[in-house]
Design a protein around this ligand. Structure first.
Ligand code: ZN
Length: 563
């Protein structure tokens, strides 16, 4: 939707302040409730007809600083809304503002400033602290009421599907989502995304304090939080190099606090030899290989341990290239994370191991196998836990001069073409967001964030303002500029998802949900309009759960867009 807006900066005394009756806030005026960066494009979405020019008013004194004409009405099929675009990009002055739309109402307040995403980033990062297993947790000092006692402290029992008997220490790690399970496949993309965010944006993140137990240590806080889960992943590797699928109770507990979940944690495998599987082991090898790069300058011994574990994992994958975990063993009802194709996971592992070590076998594996994915990156395919080939491609393209120039050129060309396609989709969408009509599935908000990541990574290969703006547009959707005029991140913005399918939020006595959680978002399941299929209800696990892989994508996006 192209909207040529007439924009006029108002004279200082041009408009009366607070004249007439106070205007009520309206859900028809949708903004990013956190705000906008000074130099970026700034759009709001209006879903009711205005009777005059839209005014941008300053919160502190009510002064109107800008008047714009809303764009023409357009039908947005995904939401069923009639939308008008409000372009107030001309406003660059830092401050707190709101929109006033005659005949409709006011927007939520929002800020313009360079530092506006610092708090959302902090909350999103600390949401991982809140997912920690096997230790007492507190979100003090900013959220002192949000705490729980140590959970799941008993040694885990080998389930019959694991091929072993007895117990194993698989303590630690992050609870996966609204449940308390721990799954290697989903830990893979989550931990990998976080480590990538650090690696790409280190100057911004290195000195950031998160007030976690490790703060003040030799490892930067962002990496220390991530190490909490990588340490757990290392415990899931068997002596033969293979990695078990998950460590969960047999079934999901009710809505109880973590410490009250007394069912035994089980180490769960495929049920027949070799019991470990290829997707989990290859994801593990990829992440441990990233860890070997990222932690090296802070802890050489740990980096060496990660690299050795990654290479042992790769050796196992070479010997067992296609062992799939497609369904839960008898008696197990927790998340499946089943995957019928391990070729993308193998490629990711090879690419990360190559980028970390430069060794010929990894380079050769990548060269011989990347061609299966053609084009290497596509505008309509974001990465997710079951589809990690994008990560393989980007990491190869970022591997430096040891990589094959013709392959790097191909990935770069495909990445830019994909990014151009995502940008085009955002520009054509009524809410300026990247999903196609078919992509409102389980966790659609994470697909939005992952498209944002693709735009930022394409921008690494070829910096372009429109990639950055489009990545920010993806974020604006998540933070309130959507059909529900609601921030999908808890305690971020003004009006946020109140009832995430998140057991601590459901079981504690606090009115507000735990902060910094990105909920799954609209999940159409064939129903229309797709963008409206979201319920802010605790029971709605298909639209309102949180998950570490979704929050990891949010962390990356927030890290990447900040100036
Ligand atoms: Zn736990």
């Amino acid at each position: 939707m192209k909207v040529p807006a007439r924009i006029g900066l108002l004279l200082a005394a041009g408009l009366a302040v607070g004249a007439g009756v106070p205007v009520a806030q309206s859900d028809h005026v949708k903004v990013d409730q956190v705000g906008y960066l000074p130099g970026e494009t700034k759009f709001a979405v209006l879903t009711q007809e205005p009777t005059g020019d839209v005014l941008v008013r300053r919160v502190k004194d009510g002064k109107a600083v800008l008047a714009v004409i809303a764009g023409p009405p357009a039908a947005d099929a995904d939401s069923g809304d009639t939308v008008r675009s409000i372009d107030f990009s001309a406003l660059k002055e830092p401050g707190e503002y709101f929109l006033e739309v005659p005949g409709v109402g006011e927007s939520h307040p929002f800020r313009i400033g360079r530092d506006i995403y610092a708090r959302p980033f902090r909350l999103a990062m600390r949401s991982f602290t809140g997912q920690r297993c096997g230790t007492s947790v507190t979100l003090a000092p900013d959220f002192p009421d949000y705490q729980y006692e140590a959970c799941h402290l008993q040694p885990a029992q080998y389930h019959a599907s694991s091929g072993k008997e007895g117990t194993r220490d698989v303590s630690g790690g992050w609870h996966d989502a609204g449940d308390y399970g721990k799954y290697v496949v989903n830990s893979g993309i989550s931990t990998g995304t976080m480590l990538w965010a650090y690696e790409l944006y280190e100057p911004r993140l290195r000195r950031l304090k998160l007030d976690i137990p490790e703060s003040g240590g030799r490892i930067p806080d962002v990496l220390a939080e991530t190490k909490w889960n990588l340490d757990w992943m290392l415990k899931m590797q068997d002596e033969d190099g293979g990695v078990w699928h998950k460590a969960t109770t047999a079934n999901f507990p009710g809505f109880i606090l973590p410490k009250d979940d007394k069912s035994p944690v089980l180490v769960i495998g495929t049920g027949s030899a070799p019991f470990k599987n290829t997707t989990a082991t290859a994801d593990f090898a990829a992440v441990a290989a990233i860890g070997a790069r990222v932690y090296r300058k802070f802890d050489r011994e740990y980096a060496d341990r990660c690299l050795a574990a990654a290479e042992r994992g790769w050796t196992w994958v070479q010997a067992n290239p296609n062992v799939l975990y497609q369904r839960n063993p008898q008696g197990i009802g927790t998340g499946g994370y089943g995957d019928g194709d391990a070729s993308d996971e193998r490629l990711w592992a090879a690419a990360e191991l190559f980028r970390t070590t430069g060794k010929a076998p990894y380079k050769a594996y990548f060269a011989a196998n990347y061609g299966k994915f053609s084009p290497t990156l596509k505008a309509d395919s974001a990465q997710g836990w079951g589809n990690v080939s994008n990560l393989a491609m980007f990491t190869y393209a970022l591997a430096g001069r040891r990589a094959e120039p013709t392959i790097v050129r191909q990935i770069r060309d495909d990445a830019l073409k994909a990014a151009d396609g995502i940008v085009a989709r955002i520009n054509a969408n009524g809410y300026r967001m990247p999903l196609s009509s078919k992509e409102y599935y389980w966790g659609s908000n994470s697909v939005v964030a992952n498209y944002g990541i693709m735009l930022l990574l394409a921008g690494r290969l070829q910096p372009k303002a429109e990639y950055r703006n489009a990545a920010l547009d993806s974020l604006h959707y998540l933070l309130g500029r959507n059909a529900f005029n609601t921030s999908y991140v808890t305690q971020v913005g003004t009006k946020w998802a109140m009832n995430p399918h998140h057991r601590p939020s459901g079981a504690d006595k606090l009115a507000q949900p735990w902060p910094g959680l990105l909920v799954g978002g609209p999940n159409a399941e064939g129903k229309t309009p797709p963008a409206r299929q979201w319920k802010d209800e605790t029971g709605s696990y298909t639209t309102n759960e949180n998950a570490i892989n979704w929050n990891a994508a949010l962390v990356f996006l927030l890290a990447g867009v900040q100036p």
